[in-house]
Design a protein around this ligand. Structure first.
Ligand SMILES: Nc1ncnc2c1ncn2[C@@H]1O[C@H](COP(=O)(O)OP(=O)(O)OP(=O)(O)O)[C@@H](O)[C@H]1O
Ligand SMILES: [Mg+2]
Length: 274
């Protein structure tokens, strides 16, 4: 009797602190998706892109959401990134349930808590790397000098301190993605979400991007990425496998592949620097 009471008390206490013992093992839950469903109506046909997905993102982890094409990865990413709303189910970020928020409230939470990296970079063309990275800080209302300093530091952090004045179209794909990562970082978000961040890159640039994401994670950022590629997922500490709009299984990666070591090995081989 007293034992069951103490277990209940722990559970309640855990819930109050946003702890999900099942997935985060005592770490704080940054984001929780609960029974998320997404249906699209196409003429007479209802497409069930997500059919009841529950998952957590834990503070400080590097998580991969993996699955074949059409399994619902981007749909899930857009919902947890607050770019889209679920048909049913809830999303909670830092303990705040977002379902009932107005579009303005949602974009405020998104701007403050989420850094998004897209497969296709989504940088403004004919705009410098520095101005692209400053943009979220414009929305956040920071002064020009402060914006510029924070954006410069973020670009230095992704190894582009010497490309501040380059326009997007004067940068390689890998460099553009690094600008996009810098842009995702400048607001110090709770989570960096990346949808196929290496999908449009050659293999070396892809590993460079993974090295940056791993470095951010090593310095405390929570990172969740979506991929269909097991080689990319191997860099994460935990993999949530999606299939047909459902979580098929979850996997803890004992020894994630270290992208910096892969780069060092490529350099030692005198590998392709394309
Ligand atoms: N706007 C939409 N209208 C109708 N159906 C959609 C829409 N967006 C996605 N779908 C459908 O939902 C399912 C999941 O799509 P989603 O883009 O999430 O897959 P994915 O796992 O990201 O695939 P990929 O690896 O090819 O990017 C697919 O069957 C897709 O056709
Ligand atoms: Mg997709």
């Amino acid at each position: 009797m007293s034992e069951s009471r103490s277990i209940d008390a722990r559970a309640v206490d855990g819930e109050a602190r946003g702890v999900d013992a099942t997935q985060c093992g005592g770490a704080r839950v940054v984001l929780q998706a609960c029974d998320v469903r997404k249906y699209y109506q196409l003429d007479e046909i209802e497409v069930r892109a997500l059919r009841g997905v529950s998952m957590s993102i834990c503070e400080g982890e590097m998580l991969s959401i993996m699955g074949p094409s059409g399994s619902g990865k981007s749909t899930l990413m857009h919902i947890i990134g607050l770019l889209d709303r679920p048909s049913e189910g809830s999303v909670t970020i830092e303990g705040e349930e977002v379902s009932h928020m107005t579009p303005n409230e949602l974009s405020a939470v998104r701007n403050k808590r989420i850094g998004f990296v897209f497969q296709s970079f989504n940088l403004l063309a004919r705009t410098t790397a520095l101005a692209n990275v400053e943009l979220p800080l414009v929305y956040a209302g920071l002064s020009g000098a402060k914006r510029s300093r924070i954006a410069r530091e973020a670009l230095e952090r992704v190894g582009l301190g010497d490309r501040l004045g380059h326009y997007s179209n004067q940068l390689s794909g890998g460099q553009q993605q690094r600008v996009a990562i810098a842009r995702a970082l400048v607001t110090s978000p709770s989570i960096v979400l990346a949808d196929e961040p290496t999908g449009n890159l050659d293999s070396r640039s892809g590993i460079e991007v993974m090295a940056i994401l791993q470095d951010l994670n090593a310095h405390g950022s929570t990172v969740a990425l979506v991929t269909h590629d097991a080689n990319v997922s191997a860099h994460a500490q935990r993999v949530v496998h999606l299939k047909d709009g459902l979580v098929e299984r979850e996997e803890h990666v004992e020894n994630p592949v270290v992208a910096a070591s892969q780069l060092a090995a490529l350099d030692a081989e005198g590998g392709d620097r394309a």
